[in-house]
Design a protein around this ligand. Structure first.
Ligand code: FES
Length: 351
């Protein structure tokens, strides 16, 4: 049985404990807040809270301005971290302040304007009797009234405004997933353009040593990269090139190859495929040599590498892109052409 007796607190002006149905808690002296007794202070607090919500809106706008105006490659020096992307700093700062101001405004609202009431509740059985359920519903209605959501019109409107604007930064950032600015390459073009070209030597992903066909036994898998990856990565200071160019080499009996994405794209049973899952981009190297299945650990998409890398299970909607390979004059494995289709996730197809 719930027994709620509530104490000596009170809300601003008209919301006294008596009006709200509370009884005082005898041994807890209650000190009214300034906003409880002074209507001017209450209005001041209201303006403070509304200002925070309005400032939050302003920072969301600044977030969008920073996203549009700051050059993606611009950096600033930050002690300890070194050179950091200026846009990342600006986006992080503006979004952080926008969130902080919504939180701070809500706290100020609760501290200064919502009723200041002590509540005592007896412990009771876990299963609530009907009266308690009704009482809970009544408490909910009372809470609605106490919070002043209906009464403080400016706060309500500015909070709604801040909450409506808040998701905009997410939409702005996600926009890049399907819309390319005019004159820029589309996501599909960007993902098709990798470091692989005709003659690019294939090296191991860890040591960057070139690979000969005899280094890969039948049933073996090697994670590999283009030979010029280290220099490109050094110059570009990011991992985009590595992410797009990562491949795996697998070797199987040529008689077991059912189909390929192009005629003669293997070299003596060695096949090269992108290592990046076409679902949402996890790197894959779980290979079952007996079935020639490549299994993505993230959501279990499975690709048959002996049959053009086609999807045989899971959420991936597109086969694994294959890279045509051969050997150069020194007997090392090289690419014979760039990828013919985009590597990585297929989000761009939804546009
Ligand atoms: S990322 Fe590979 S199945 Fe989802």
């Amino acid at each position: 049985m719930t027994d709620i007796s509530t104490g000596s607190g009170h809300g601003p002006s008209e919301n006294t404990p008596a009006k709200l149905g509370y009884s005082p808690v005898a041994d807890i002296p209650h000190r009214p807040r300034v906003a409880d007794t002074d209507p001017k202070a209450a209005r001041r607090a209201e303006r403070q809270v509304a200002s925070m919500f309005m400032l939050s809106m302003l920072f969301v706008v600044l977030f969008i301005v920073a996203y549009i105006a700051i050059d993606k490659s611009a950096t600033v020096y930050v002690p300890v971290f070194g050179a950091v992307g200026a846009m990342n700093i600006a986006l992080g700062f503006t979004m952080g302040v926008a969130i902080f101001l919504i939180g701070a405004g809500a706290i100020q609202w609760a501290k200064k304007l919502m009723p200041d009431v002590e509540v005592v509740q007896q412990r009771h059985d876990l299963v609530s009797p009907t009266e308690a359920t009704k009482e809970a519903a009544a408490n909910y209605e009372r809470g609605k009234e106490e919070s002043g959501f209906a009464r403080f019109k400016i706060i309500r409107r500015t909070l709604i405004g801040a909450m409506v604007l808040f998701p905009i930064p997410l939409v702005v950032m996600l926009r890049d997933l399907w819309i390319s600015p005019p004159g820029n390459p589309s996501p599909s073009e960007l993902l098709t353009t990798t470091l692989w070209e005709d003659g690019t030597r294939v090296v191991t992903d860890a040591t960057y040593l070139p690979i000969r066909p005899e280094d890969i036994p039948v049933g073996g898998l090697v994670s590999a990269a283009p030979a010029d990856l280290p220099e490109v990565q050094e110059a570009e200071h990011d991992l985009n090139a590595r992410g797009k160019a990562a491949i795996i080499l697998v070797r199987m009996d040529p008689a077991e190859i059912v189909s390929q994405q192009g005629d003669g794209w293997d070299y003596q049973g060695i096949l090269a495929y992108s290592k990046i899952c076409t679902h949402v981009g996890c790197p894959i190297a779980l290979y079952e040599q007996r079935t020639h299945h490549l299994l993505c650990p993230c959501h279990q998409s499975t690709f048959d590498l002996s049959d053009s890398g086609n999807v045989i299970f899971g959420p991936a909607a597109r086969r694994m892109p294959q890279l045509p390979i051969g050997v150069d004059a020194e007997g090392f494995i090289v690419a014979k052409a760039p990828f013919a289709e985009p590597v990585g996730p297929s989000f761009w197809e939804r546009g």
